[in-house]
Design a protein around this ligand. Structure first.
Ligand SMILES: NC(=O)c1ccc[n+]([C@@H]2O[C@H](COP(=O)([O-])OP(=O)(O)OC[C@H]3O[C@@H](n4cnc5c(N)ncnc54)[C@H](O)[C@@H]3O)[C@@H](O)[C@H]2O)c1
Ligand SMILES: O=C(O)C[C@H](O)C(=O)O
Ligand SMILES: [Mg+2]
Length: 607
């Protein structure tokens, strides 16, 4: 029986978790790094640059003595110096509009990223809670919206509709010999911000920053990809500064030919890479997933990563009510938004109910209610999306097109979960209706991003639905002070808790595809990460400060599932037999040992 492990953490695991990633400087002496450059070229290469961190002997060897101030600083001192400047920026921008401050912070981090990658990732890892909202959601959304103006230096690769027939050679323009993780978007549905065309490149960059910070993927082995097939965003098409191809989006076969060509090119050069699809509009999110998932090592984060994170949270809400996990089968769940994310979540949750109750998927849909822009989805719907057919209700139960508030009042759900991309649709009336929920701790998941697109704010949720709710949002919100002096805990239900572990576990297993079993294992692992005590306080997800530890656990679960599915071919010197003999603990250690950590390696010039 699955989910059997979700009974709280063992003491050892709980202790291990407290060794989060904050200031976890490795003491091992790093191996040398061979460089082909000397002099100022080294200082201008962010992969090798150490700024004031070059020891004097190395400055002599590389011909850079005199090109830097004489003081040699340690990486820790450099981090402290950066943080000091960052805090000054915060002080100096007090009172300025939020977006202006957010972009100023992003620019500061981005400049460091462009100059010194090692220091950038060190600063990011040590301050992940403060910096994730800048390099990732929500600020990354603002960056994408303003990308054509913010653009200074390229990052990642761009394949456009104009590159048809050229991709197999273009892929060899990427300077790094090895690539492990690729995140690709076509910019058609960037967070809840719609079609941003080429400007969506910020999303793969942000996701891959999280891969480095959380999963310890070597930053020299990540590749953000923008597939620019045009845009249907009129404002961008009219904008003279727009940096993408100024034509309407390719559709149908023409579109698929471009993606097919990219996938063939990428896997020809790097057959063992893992590709994550991100922020594709629903039709292509599902279409490409079905097209490639049996052929290439890929997954769709919005469909599959989100589903796993949401399911872990939904199981947490059952525990928060003080009920056994098996009671999940009785939870009534209203999902608002029937796109790539909403359908992915509903499907995975229904499959979990079917497995737990030993019933068919169709029977398991009984307690699920799906709402899209036209209201409740029923069998009466004309032009019913094929992905939603299974979840369409009988209109005799509730009318076709019923509004959110109507459904909530009638169903009295345990959970109201939003993945609509529409800010504020869980309004006062809807939230107040949740007070009549059949649950003693009703759950409200406002999962849409970025912040302004959340279905409701945390403060409104606790104010209108009551202090006893469990709350989660896709973008970060502060905890809420309740009138009774207690704290309303805000969870961040974001796929960042899973995609790094799914990618890393898949990579180190050497699996050639990502199976449902691997995704289910990831979700199960996240669900079992929280102790009963935490969950009862409404804390469904761990602190992001522990993201490396979470990712190691999730990665190990994914790898073990690949072994169970008999598709783990091994990685590097570690063969399939070695993997199959590893215990769970060995696997976590193996994963952790393979995580890259930012330290300055001695640079040795190749004569
Ligand atoms: N928290 C996370 O980890 C996470 C993961 C994936 C997506 N998301 C967010 O979820 C949102 C949706 O993403 P998607 O890929 O499913 O988008 P999508 O465009 O594929 O789907 C949006 C869905 O919302 C429905 N909708 C639109 N307006 C509505 C309204 N007024 N009332 C009810 N339903 C409405 C649409 O009909 C559609 O079914 C985005 O904001 C995205 O940022 C969050
Ligand atoms: O990017 C995120 O923060 C989560 C998710 O992938 C989204 O599309 O909103
Ligand atoms: Mg996404």
């Amino acid at each position: 029986m699955m989910w059997k492990n979700i009974a709280g953490l063992s003491k050892a695991a709980a202790a291990a978790r407290t060794h989060g990633s904050r200031r976890c400087f490795s003491t091992a002496i790093p191996g040398p790094c061979i460089v082909h450059k000397r002099g100022a070229d080294i200082l201008h290469d962010p992969w090798f640059n150490k700024d004031t961190g070059f020891p004097l002997t190395e400055r002599d060897r590389l011909g850079i003595r005199g090109l830097l101030p004489p003081r040699v600083m340690t990486c820790v001192q450099q981090c402290d110096r950066f943080i000091e400047s960052f805090r000054s920026l915060e002080n100096n921008t007090k009172g300025e509009p939020e977006n202006v401050v957010a972009l100023a912070k992003w620019r500061m981090l981005n400049r460091l990223h462009d100059r010194n990658e090692t220091l950038y990732y060190r600063v990011l890892i040590d301050n992940i809670k403060d910096f994730a909202p800048i390099i990732y959601t929500p600020t990354v959304g603002l960056v994408c919206q303003n990308y054509s103006g913010l653009y200074r230096r390229p990052r990642g690769m761009y394949f456009s509709a104009k590159d048809k027939g050229e991709m197999m050679s273009m892929i060899y323009n990427w300077p790094a010999p090895q690539v492990d993780m690729i995140v690709i978007t076509d910019g058609s549905r960037i967070l809840g911000l719609g079609d941003l065309g080429v400007q969506g490149i910020g999303i793969p960059i942000g996701k891959l920053d999280m891969y480095v910070a959380a999963a310890g993927i070597n930053p020299q082995r990540v590749l953000p990809i923008m597939l620019d097939v045009g845009t249907n965003n009129e404002k961008l098409l009219q904008n003279d500064l727009y940096l993408g191809v100024r034509q309407p989006r390719l559709e149908g076969e023409e579109y698929l030919e471009i993606i097919d060509e990219f996938m063939e090119a990428a896997f020809t050069r790097w057959p063992k890479a893992v590709v994550q699809f991100e922020d594709f509009q629903a039709k292509w999110a599902f279409g490409t997933l079905e097209r490639y998932r049996k052929k290439f090592c890929m997954f769709n984060d919005d469909v599959q990563g989100t589903a796993g994170v949401a399911l872990a949270g939904l199981l947490g809400t059952v525990r928060a009510q003080g009920r056994p996990i098996s009671d999940f089968v009785n939870q009534k769940i209203v999902v608002v938004g029937a796109g790539s994310a909403g359908l992915g979540v509903t499907k995975m949750a229904v499959q979990a109910v079917a497995r737990m109750a030993g019933i068919s998927e169709s029977e398991a849909t009984k307690n699920f209610y799906l709402i899209d822009k036209d209201g409740l989805v029923t069998t009466e719907r004309t032009k019913l999306d094929p992905g939603a057919v299974l979840f369409a209700k009988n209109p005799a139960e509730i009318r076709e097109g019923a509004s959110i508030v109507e459904v909530v009042k009638k169903v009295r759900p345990h959970v109201l979960l939003g993945l609509s991309g529409v800010g504020g649709i869980f309004n006062e009336e809807v939230l107040k209706a949740m007070r009549e929920s059949d649950s003693c701790k009703p759950a409200i998941f406002a999962m849409s991003n970025p912040t302004l697109n959340a279905e409701c704010t945390a403060a409104d949720a606790f104010k209108h639905a009551g202090g006893n709710i469990v709350f989660a949002s896709g973008s970060p919100f502060e905890n809420v002070e309740l009138e009774n002096g207690k704290v309303g805990h805000v969870n961040q239900a974001n796929n960042m808790y899973l995609f790094p572990g799914i990618g890393l576990g898949t990579l180190l297993s050497g699996a050639r595809i990502v199976t449902d079993g691997m995704l289910q294992a990831a979700s199960e692992c996240l669900a079992s990460y929280m102790t009963d005590e935490e969950v009862q306080k409404g804390i469904l997800y761990p602190s992001i400060n522990n993201i490396r530890h979470i990712t190691a656990e999730v990665g190990a679960a994914v790898l073990r599932a690949a072994v169970t599915d008999d598709i783990a071919e091994g990685h590097g010197d570690v063969g399939p037999k070695d993997l199959s003999h590893m215990s769970k603990e060995d696997t976590v250690n193996y994963i952790t040992r393979n995580m890259w950590f930012p330290v300055y390696s001695p640079l040795v010039h190749e004569k």
